[in-house]
Design a protein around this ligand. Structure first.
Ligand SMILES: CC(C)(COP(=O)(O)OP(=O)(O)OC[C@H]1O[C@@H](n2cnc3c(N)ncnc32)[C@H](O)[C@@H]1OP(=O)(O)O)[C@@H](O)C(=O)NCCC(=O)NCCS
Length: 180
């Protein structure tokens, strides 16, 4: 297995068009349809990083900033932000484009987590991710705190072990004399 891969190596860009079957009664793209596309583009990014079968473990921080209208062209970009043991966090950005009006808007962002599994569905180790750009480094740093938060909410981690997350709320946490 390749031991390290850059974030850029996992980049995937997918383009779709909003058709009548994809819309709600306001003629805007259904949230569920968009999440389906997000799941696909993010799964491909996680596959590119791990060269494994991957399963969706969680989808969080999905923000629906603007509706996407019928006929718009939707661009989804996904890239792995950080890998852990068998899991990978993927950052997804979405833009909607009204091509005749020459207008493109960023509409959504989200973080999904995928787990690489073997043929029997058992989690398997993935390569380490190396961030290169400033944005990749920022996403890499934040990934550890976001992982801690989702594992706490999923009752998979004791909040007192989330050192990096706690440091946001308790600036003195971890400093000499304040440890537990
Ligand atoms: C995801 C799955 C493989 C985890 O299996 P598990 O037996 O809980 O395995 P583990 O406890 O060893 O955890 C494996 C990894 O998953 C991560 N994980 C598990 N649940 C998670 C969650 N809700 N959010 C984020 N990460 C999660 C763990 O942190 C661990 O990561 P690490 O190896 O990088 O440290 C398993 O729950 C599964 O197959 N779920 C169904 C996935 C699926 O079918 N998705 C499609 C949508 S329906």
């Amino acid at each position: 297995m390749t031991k390290q891969k850059t974030a850029k190596q996992s980049e995937v860009v997918m383009t779709e068009m909003v058709l009548p079957n994809d819309t709600n009664t306001l003629n805007n793209l259904m949230g569920g349809k968009l999440m389906h596309w997000m799941d696909i583009v993010a799964a491909i990014a996680a596959q590119k990083h791990s060269n494994r079968i991957v399963v969706t473990a969680s989808a969080d921080s999905i923000s629906f900033k603007h509706p996407i209208a019928l006929g718009n062209v939707v661009t989804l970009k996904a890239q792995v932000t950080r890998s852990f043991n068998s899991s990978m966090e993927v950052f997804i950005e979405v833009w909607a484009e009204d091509i005749p009006a020459n207008k493109k808007t960023q509409t959504h962002r989200a973080f999904f987590t995928f787990v690489a599994v073997d043929q029997n569905g058992r989690p398997i180790e993935v390569p380490e991710l190396v961030p290169e750009t400033e944005q990749e480094k920022e996403l890499y740093e934040g990934a550890l705190r976001r992982r801690q938060l989702r594992l706490i909410l999923g009752k998979r981690m004791d909040p007192k072990d989330a050192v990096e997350l706690r440091a946001i709320f308790e600036p003195d946490f971890g400093k000499e004399g304040n440890g537990e």
